[in-house]
Design a protein around this ligand. Structure first.
Ligand code: ZN
Ligand code: ZN
Length: 330
């Protein structure tokens, strides 16, 4: 909920920090979400690299009083506490695929959300939606941390139900979650032959919609699933020509993701009110540095001229009849 957040009253800094074109509103809000609004907050915009400025991939969607978490990358638990959102209030977790950078904070949010401090105290099972394989992973986590569970229940008088897990698996495109007018639809994306299953998600509420790409190459199925979306949160990989020429491994990594030019084509075909980059795969080697962030914009612009933002951790978007950008206080 936006009322739980504080925002920097620092418009100049926001404008300076972002590359924003065509955005109608940038500012501060302390209002509760109005009926029909969707708020999206980037908890982590990074990839497997343990960098401090971009935590692992995780995106929070708040809508109709529900807290939906898409992927649980490194630091997602800390970001939620940073925003003042008790961990027990996460109603549903959605997984895009099984690359570890999207999953590593699941044990933390699951177990830390159960312990007695105010940010914990979950007394209901931890529920996760994801492709086939989700249940097996949760069962193995329960097994891996069995000793912790057995200690804490009698020692801290914790409710056993709060550490149970429930998996909701799916293996094809379609609606996977529907509650009080909020509908979440999974759609297959393409990260390459060896990286299956892989899905993106679309969230619809009243006449608003948000699409989260998950990890994907350029994929027509995503373009079809994203038609009419107000906000698209999309992954991207950026590597210099020099780096790509230097190693087959880098070429393989980039082939699993979307280039800025390809993302530009996706955005042009979807025509959202705002396109946002997350999961920035910024490749470098010991001798070849990362390509400059600004080139992400210029390369996207070869195919797309509409509203575009490079996401940052804790950047937040409110979708109503337009999309507004905020930044939570750190
Ligand atoms: Zn990833
Ligand atoms: Zn991946």
């Amino acid at each position: 909920m936006i009322k739980k957040m504080m925002y920097l009253n620092d418009k100049l800094r926001i404008v300076a920090a972002l590359t924003i074109i065509g955005i109608s509103t940038i500012g501060i809000s302390t209002q509760a979400l109005a009926a029909g609004e969707i708020q999206v907050t980037l908890l982590g915009t990074g990839d497997p690299i343990p960098r401090l400025d971009r935590f692992g991939p995780a995106t929070l969607v708040e809508v109709a009083g529900q807290e939906l978490l898409f992927d649980v990358g490194r630091g997602a638990t800390q970001r939620l506490v940073q925003l003042g959102i008790p961990l027990r209030e996460i109603d549903a977790v959605f997984l895009t695929h099984f690359h570890h950078d999207h999953l590593t904070d699941i044990p933390d949010i699951w177990m830390t959300g159960w312990i007695p401090p105010p940010f914990g105290r979950r007394s209901e099972p931890f529920e996760v939606w994801g492709p086939t394989g989700t249940e097996s992973m949760l069962n193995h986590l329960e097994q891996a941390f069995e000793a912790n569970t057995k200690i804490r229940i009698p020692d801290e008088l914790l409710p056993p139900a709060g550490i149970e897990t429930i998996a909701h698996e799916f293996d094809e495109d379609g609606v996977v979650y529907e509650k009080e007018g909020v509908r979440v639809t999974a759609f297959a994306v393409n990260q390459g032959e060896l990286i299956k299953p892989a899905y993106g998600y679309r969230i619809d509420y009243m006449d608003r919609s948000v699409v989260i790409s998950g990890d994907t190459r350029f994929d027509e199925n995503l373009i079809a699933a994203a038609q009419g979306a107000d906000l698209i949160i999309h992954e991207v990989a950026l590597a210099s020509e020099e780096l790509l020429a230097s190693s087959e491994q880098f070429r393989r990594i980039v082939a699993h993701h979307t280039t800025p030019e390809e993302a530009g084509t996706v955005f042009a075909e979807v025509d959202p009110k705002l396109a946002v980059y997350t999961h920035l795969v910024m490749l470098s080697s010991l001798t070849i540095p990362e390509a400059p962030l600004a080139s992400l914009i210029t390369r996207t612009r070869t195919n797309y001229q509409g509203p575009l933002v490079i996401g940052e951790d804790l950047m937040s978007f409110i979708v109503d009849d337009r999309v507004s950008i905020y930044r939570a206080a750190r």
